[in-house]
Design a protein around this ligand. Structure first.
Ligand code: PDD
Length: 281
């Protein structure tokens, strides 16, 4: 298994980053996760656009032109023989003597790329059963629209979900509305067949899967509303689901122990899961 680290393709066991990498010391960096399907990178262009935005918001320079970065991504996928799975890329502000403020001009950003296989059958089994989610207060900073590697609240939330037999945790804002999952966007389908997901402002990460799914819904003529919803509304919804690059559309069947609809994956969520890749690039 091969990783790309700062200009070199290395066996994973030999791949290493510097102890004064600012990603390691300050979580001073950004990342992207792109789905790999049949060896092809899904929605690569959109992921690269979001990467550029995250970098520019944090004033981290792009370590190489996007065309070169694309070659590295494909090369890591190819060298690992990944047909179905994900490719992960991380860019940090680079290596410098520890100081909270930015390092001297000219410090090179550091790039790491890895790829992992995901067994499609396992994910399909999960989707056939649907997943449980728990809810937790959203204790993150106010720029979660940036795909930063600073993910401690997300780590703690996901672990709590795991310990309670759930696969995801939904963050809840102070006003009682759901913002998003610890690594996914949150959706519900109301009794009036209205598909609802939160507006992409600074309170959520604007998921690429979310953006593509909104296009699927529009093309299928479904009623969709970008608005906030409460935990109570979600628990009383006909369906619920999450979206992310690693799981596409994943039905939610329980929220804080309460069954959603009849407690089985929703028909619409299941159909959208099937349709999603017809629209993804
Ligand atoms: N997570 N919200 C958060 C907080 C996320 O971390 C993610 C993705 C999403 C969905 O975005 P997208 O559809 O572009 O994957 C929403 C990735 C998969 C991860 O951290 O592994």
């Amino acid at each position: 298994r091969i990783a790309y680290v700062n200009g070199r393709y290395l066996p994973r066991s030999e791949a290493a980053v510097h102890i004064e990498d600012r990603g390691y010391q300050f979580a001073d960096g950004v990342y992207e996760v792109c789905e790999v399907r049949g060896g092809h990178l899904i929605d690569e262009r959109r992921h690269m656009e979001r990467l550029l935005r995250s970098l520019s918001e944090l004033r981290i320079p792009l370590p190489m032109p996007l065309s070169a970065l694309s070659i590295v991504l494909h090369e890591v996928v190819r060298r690992n023989g990944v047909r179905d799975g994900i490719v992960y890329l991380q860019i940090t502000r680079g290596v410098a003597k520890r100081d909270h403020a930015f390092p001297p001009a000219g410090t090179k950003p550091a790039l790491v790329v890895t790829a992992n296989r995901i067994d499609p059958e396992k994910t399909e089994r999960l989707a056939a059963d649907g997943i449980a989610v728990i809810t937790l207060p959203d204790n993150r900073w106010d720029r979660v629209d940036i795909k930063s590697i600073a993910l401690l609240p997300n780590v703690m939330a996901k672990q709590q979900a795991r310990e309670q037999g759930a696969r995801e945790a939904w963050f809840v804002a102070a006003d009682g509305t759901v913002t998003e999952g610890s690594s996914s966007n949150a959706w519900i389908v109301t009794g009036d067949n209205e598909v609802v997901t939160r507006k992409a402002d600074r309170t959520i990460l604007k998921g690429i899967t979310r953006t593509v799914l909104l296009e699927v819904l529009k093309s299928e003529g479904l009623t969709l509303t970008e608005r906030a919803f409460t935990v109570e509304e979600a628990q009383g919804a006909r369906e619920a689901f999450i979206t992310s690059a690693s799981q596409a559309v994943m039905p939610v069947v329980r929220i804080d122990g309460r069954p959603i609809g009849n407690g089985a994956p929703g028909l619409l969520a299941t159909a959208l899961r099937r349709d999603f890749h017809r629209f993804a690039e």
